[in-house]
Design a protein around this ligand. Sequence first.
Ligand code: ADP
Ligand code: MG
Length: 341
Amino acid sequence: TSPRTPRPIQALPDQLISQIAAGEVVERPSAVVKELLENALDAGGTQVNVRLEEGGVKRICITDNGRGIPHEQMPLALARHATSKISSLHDLENVGTLGFRGEALASIASVAMVTITSRTADDAHAWEIEGSHNATPTPSSGALGTTIDVKDLYYNTPARRKFLKSEQTEFGHCAEVVRRIALARPDVSFSLSHNGRTVDHWNVSEIARRSAQILGDGFAEARLPVDETVGPLRIHGFVGLPTASKARADGQFFYVNGRFVRDKVLVHAVKAAYQDVLHGDRFPSYVLSLDMDPALVDVNVHPSKIEVRFRDGRAVHQCVFHAVQRALAQTSATAHGSVPS
Ligand code: ADP
Ligand code: MG
C-alpha cells in the first residue's frame, strides 16, 4: 500500500464511517455517558440511573423512565444520521433538544457492544435490540422507558483503547459529566454507581439545593443569586462570593439553554465582573444559566456541542457581565454597611 500505487476511490463501509465519527463523538467513556444522559433527558426521563463498571470501559448502563422507543424504530435509533429530533433546516436552527445529529448511538455501537431495551406506553412489553441497526428487535421485559447498556468500549479498536487513562481517572470524568447534567436538571433525580457501589444520588429538588449538594456547603453558604432578563436574554443561577473561590477552575458551571458549555465570551464576561473583588490567581465558583431563543445561538459547532456561537456575542457578554457585577456589588455594599436600613 505504498502511495505510489494509488487505490481506487471507494465509498467507505457503514461500520467504518461510524468508527471514524466515533473518534469525535466517543473520545472516552465520559463522552458515552454524556450522550446517553442527553438522550434520557430528551426522552422526558425524570429518574435516570447511571451504572458504571471499571471507569465505564467495561460497562456503562443508563436507565431512564422516559417515553421509550417504539420497537419498529429501534433499528433506526442505531442507524447513522437518523433522529426523531429534527427533520429540517428550520428545526436545526431552532433546536430545543440536547441531541439532533442522530449519530451518537451509531457511533457508540460501532466501537462497543450495545443493547437497547425499551418500552413505550403503547407496548404490552419491552423490546430489545442488540448490536447494530441490522439487528431485529426481540420481545423482552422491562419497565416503561429505556435502558442502554454499553459494554467493552473500544473492544474492536485496540489502538483507541490504549489512550484510556486509569480506571479512576476515567470514572472521574464520567462522574463530572453526571454532575454537570444533574446540576442543570434539579427537576430530575439521578443516581450514579461504580462497580456496584452507589456513589451519588440526587432526588428531585430546587436548584438551590441541588447546587449545594453538588458544589458543597462552602458554596451554599457563600453564594449570591442572579436573575436578570435583558431583552431576549435571561441569566439566572448563583455566583460564589470571593470566599468560595478556588485555586482551580473546577467550580464553574455555565449552561446555555440547559446545555453545559465552555465558551470564551461567557468565561471572559464572568471573569471581568469578578475583577475588582477577586485576586487574579483565584477562580470564582458559579452555576449560571443563560436562556434565549434557540435561533440566537448556534449549537451545531462541534459534535460534542460543548462550544456554541452566539448571534450577538456582545449583547451576551454585556448581559452576563452586568448581571454578575450587580450581584457581587450587592454584597460589597452590605459588607461595608452602606445599605440604607
Ligand atoms: P440524537 O439524540 O442526535 O437524535 P442519537 O444517536 O443519540 O441521536 O439517538 C437516536 C435516536 O434514538 C433519538 O433521536 C431518539 O429518537 C432515540 N433514542 C435514543 N436514546 C433514547 C432514550 N433514552 N429514550 C427514547 N429514545 C431514545
Ligand atoms: Mg443523542
